[in-house]
Design a protein around this ligand. Structure first.
Ligand SMILES: Nc1ncnc2c1ncn2[C@@H]1O[C@H](COP(=O)(O)OP(=O)(O)OP(=O)(O)O)[C@@H](O)[C@H]1O
Length: 375
């Protein structure tokens, strides 16, 4: 088992046309050749694992941050990427249908095709959390072969046979995401979306590897892509509905911040980490602790001084989280459970035998015969 810290990257988008027309100034930049971001007012420099300026492409971001996760996912680890940032900072652009997810899908299929002798199956689900409620984005109009399996959130898992299936689910689900016009921008995402790919593998080799994988073993791993709703200042959205949405968005993001800061403290008592305080953190639990390898991408609007420093500090804290990565050996775990259960049954039978023998001895002859027949 190897200890790894959570990777945190920053991506500053270019000024958009409207911002250029309004003569907006760039108030945050990457320090040349460094993984550092410099905010102008108040002046501050913050370190990250990766930093992408406005000239870097979707491919650059993917190749540096996400491509290295794909082999880990195939090995059997849970892997997660999430985008975080203000409204309009480029989260959906970075993650969505033209960004990280389709590139990751491509990589996953390429790698699986390269691996000979692995029997595998894939499934996916795509959900959103809107106003603290979960909605299945793949539920309607589904012409694919659907396995209905209600998990603890009641969402639907869809079987996937080809790369085309997976891309189809991504595109279909993305069109159903809850968006709304806010004062800050038109068609702003008002929900957190979670796109998950499940990989179930049957390993055929009999020799042991460094991961301890043995013949016939079943491994299940998941790759989760989370596009968070934009955090924003309260009161800047125009109506009650938008205001309520903002309360819920900010509430779950602040719970996420509390979880991140608790996890960043070494030896925190797990019972005190507030995972259960929001749906988002409940879902993200296994991506942030234990068996996970996670990358957080903080998206920045170069013209906004308003929440930029807060976003950067929030994200910087996440670098201190140290999840433990391990392969999900389903069969090993199952075998251990069976061993434990067998041991418990044996112990129970021995205790029962002991009780019955002492009881039998204390009974009169006739009753002893009946007792013997019964036990
Ligand atoms: N790196 C980039 N290069 C070019 N354009 C970008 C980049 N990042 C974002 N944009 C553009 O900026 C706008 C806002 O991006 P996007 O919709 O991804 O923001 P968001 O953070 O998801 O916003 P919200 O939280 O409100 O949904 C879009 O028009 C998008 O095309």
């Amino acid at each position: 088992m190897e200890e790894v810290s959570m990777r945190v990257a920053v991506r500053i988008r270019p000024l958009c046309r409207g911002e250029i027309l309004e003569d907006e100034e760039v108030c945050v930049q990457i320090v040349d050749g460094q993984h550092q971001v410099k905010v102008n007012t108040p002046e501050e420099v913050i370190n990250f694992d990766h930093a992408f300026g406005p000239n870097l492409t979707q491919k650059d971001v993917f190749d540096t941050c996400v491509h290295p996760l794909v082999p880990r996912f195939i090995e059997g680890c849970n892997t997660t990427v999430f985008t975080y940032g203000q409204t309009g900072s480029g989260k959906t652009y970075t993650m969505g249908t033209l960004g990280i997810i389709p590139r990751a899908i491509d990589d996953i299929f390429n790698l699986l095709n390269e691996k000979k002798g692995i029997k595998y199956s894939l499934a996916t689900y795509y959900i959103e959390i809107y106003n603290e409620e979960l909605r299945d984005l793949l539920e309607k109009k589904n012409d694919m072969n659907i396995i209905l399996r209600d998990d603890k959130w009641g969402n639907t898992e869809c079987a996937v046979n080809t790369k085309k299936d997976l891309l189809h689910f991504l595109e279909e689900g993305s069109t159903r995401r809850r968006v709304g016009n806010t004062l800050l921008r038109k068609r702003s995402s008002r929900s957190h979306t979670i796109f998950t790919i499940f990989l179930r593998q049957q390993r055929g080799h009999s020799q042991k590897t460094k991961d301890g994988i043995v013949k016939g073993e079943e491994i299940i791993s998941k790759f989760t892509f989370i596009d968070l709703a934009g955090h924003e200042r309260m009161g800047r959205s125009e109506n009650k509905m938008r205001f309520n949405e903002s309360i819920n968005i900010n509430k779950s993001l602040s719970t996420l911040a509390q979880v991140i800061s608790s996890l960043a403290i070494p030896n925190t008592d797990k019972a005190h980490i507030p995972f259960r305080n929001s749906k988002l953190t409940r879902i993200l639990k296994d991506s942030l602790e234990g068996n996970a390898k996670t990358v957080m991408i903080v998206c920045i609007n170069p013209a906004s001084t308003l929440d930029t420093l807060t976003s950067l500090k929030y994200a910087n804290q996440a670098r201190d989280i140290k999840p433990k990565t391990m392969v999900n050996h389903v069969n090993e775990q199952y075998k251990q459970e069976l061993r434990d259960r067998k041991k418990a049954v044996k112990q129970h039978l021995q205790e029962r035998k002991h009780v019955s023998t002492s009881l039998q001895r204390s009974l009169p002859d006739k009753l002893q015969t009946i007792f013997f027949k019964l036990f």
